[in-house]
Design a binder for this molecule. Structure first.
Ligand code: FES
Length: 150
């Protein structure tokens, strides 16, 4: 074998070993699990959602979810203090949160954790897990449009 041929074959061998190692590493799944609730179930910071107050949230206790934000009317009138906006996904494992008007609390449909409209925890999940307080978003009213920004 000529010297040049030997060097070329050596280079190809090293390249093959490196490529194999890279494919092997890339094909493995990570040992660390993906987070099940990125951002604690809240929407990404800066996200804005809006509600048309001429057609939605007409009565005290009404609620609606728009863009991952749960809006609740807590008082009459269209002042910003008449509404609460919070995350619509549970901080525990992302279950859907709903406002239970008759009990005046927010409840998760997955493991039944409960929260006040100010985001405090009333009851932990029924699966033995632990949840955290809800994010409360600032609301503004402009004309007949209610908006919240995460
Ligand atoms: S996902 Fe809401 S309590 Fe588990």
């Amino acid at each position: 074998m000529e010297r040049n041929e030997f060097i070329k074959s050596l280079g190809l061998g090293v390249a093959a070993v490196c490529t194999g190692a890279c494919f092997s590493a890339c094909g493995k799944k990570s040992d660390s699990p993906e987070p099940s609730k990125p951002n604690g179930g809240g929407v990404p910071p800066g996200t804005t959602a809006s509600v048309d107050l001429t057609t939605q949230l007409l009565t005290v206790g009404a609620s609606v979810t728009v863009g991952g934000i749960l809006f609740i009317r807590t008082a009459t009138g269209n002042a910003s203090t008449s509404f609460v906006a919070t995350q619509a996904a549970c901080p525990h494992q992302g279950g859907t949160l709903s406002f239970i008007q008759a009990s005046n609390y927010i409840q998760c449909g997955l493991h039944s954790s409960r929260y006040t409209t100010s985001g405090s925890i009333l009851a932990q999940p029924n699966d033995g897990g632990t949840t955290s307080a809800l994010k409360i978003y600032t609301v503004t009213v402009s004309g007949n449009t209610l908006s919240a920004t995460a």
